[in-house]
Design a protein around this ligand. Structure first.
Ligand code: NAP
Length: 289
């Protein structure tokens, strides 16, 4: 019989710290502000942007969402992101992905000032994740690790099977898990016999986008499972990559919703506070020079 690794408590703790730091910056005369670029056409993206607006309001963080039509040109998006990157009143910039197919998400991401890149999508921050240099790391991979830590699960020496090697979650998480001293097996769409790799892991992290991919028969009573997948059902509700029966078969499973995603949103704002610290330090350095 498993237990749920819910993120409510951990997310509340992160949000409380963020609210405290946001109040500190306001007292210093800096009004924290996050800006989100949304291209219409993906209902899930619009929902996520709205969720961020609500949370920002509760944390004392200003929020701007610029909504563009589905046929917006790449140059228009680049102009917006470049303007925010130059604007000292904007401290964090996020892109709601996916962007329409005629726009290169990586080109738009590359135009974000790395010091304002709160979701770690710029080349500089991607490199930082790989090398372990300081930087703004993507929120969802951080969330997977922090959720485990919140329940006392350590990673050092553990066999972790990571299912998915996508740019947003799996790939950065692979580097971060190794730095936590885990032994990491990465599975993907060409992996032969997924069950064999999942079943021998102490910790399984699913980041695919395929509902029910991780089934109960792949797990052992000692398996700990983090589900980062988000899949939309026909009725509009969301579900993860782990099948509902897996809960009974494993020691612990993170729920969807209420798990990785909940903590991810809080960590985006934690990154926004870190971004202000980095920008303030950079501004001080410039003054000295
Ligand atoms: P992605 O870029 O589409 O990558 C998906 C990965 O899954 C790829 O590496 C793919 O393999 C692998 N895959 C596909 N089918 C597979 C199969 N049958 N068996 C094993 N691996 C398979 O996705 P992403 O952007 O990294 O996102 C992954 C999931 O996380 C999605 O569900 C997304 O919605 C979710 N997500 C959650 C949050 C959150 O806050 N909770 C945030 C962002 C994303 P190949 O490399 O071989 O193609």
């Amino acid at each position: 019989m498993g237990k749920w690794l819910t993120a409510k408590h951990a997310a509340e703790q992160v949000r409380a710290e963020v609210a405290k730091e946001a109040a500190h910056w306001r007292a210093e005369g800096i009004v924290p502000k996050v800006a989100v670029l949304l291209v219409e056409g993906d209902p899930a993206s619009a929902y996520y942007a709205e969720t961020k607006r609500k949370i920002a309001g509760k944390l004392g963080i200003e929020f701007e969402c610029r909504t563009m039509p589905p046929d917006a040109r790449e140059e228009q998006l680049l102009d917006i992101v470049k303007a925010w990157s130059r604007d000292a009143s904007v401290h964090g910039i996020m892109l709601e992905l996916p962007l329409p197919g005629h726009i290169s998400a990586s080109d738009v991401a590359a135009a974000i000032d790395p010091l304002k890149d709160v979701d770690g999508v710029t080349p500089a921050n991607k490199l930082a994740v790989m090398t372990g240099e300081p930087g703004l790391y993507p929120a969802t991979p951080q969330s997977c690790i922090r959720l485990l830590q919140a329940y006392g699960y350590t990673l050092e020496g553990k066999n972790v099977t990571l299912v998915g090697r996508g740019q947003t979650v799996g790939l950065p998480l692979f580097h971060m898990l190794q730095r936590e001293q885990a032994t990491v097996t990465v599975c993907h769409s060409r992996t032969i016999d997924l069950k064999r790799h999942v079943e021998r892991a102490d910790i399984v992290i699913a980041a695919v986008g395929h509902a029910g991919l991780i089934t109960a028969d792949m797990l052992r009573p000692a398996s700990v499972v983090v589900d980062a997948g988000i899949n939309e059902r026909e009725d509009g509700s969301i579900t993860g990559d782990v099948s509902p029966e897996a809960f009974e078969a494993a020691e612990a499973v993170s729920p969807v919703p209420g798990g990785v995603g909940t903590l991810t949103t809080a960590l985006l704002f934690e990154n926004a506070m870190k971004a202000i610290r980095l920008q303030t330090q950079a501004a001080k350095k410039e003054t000295i020079l």
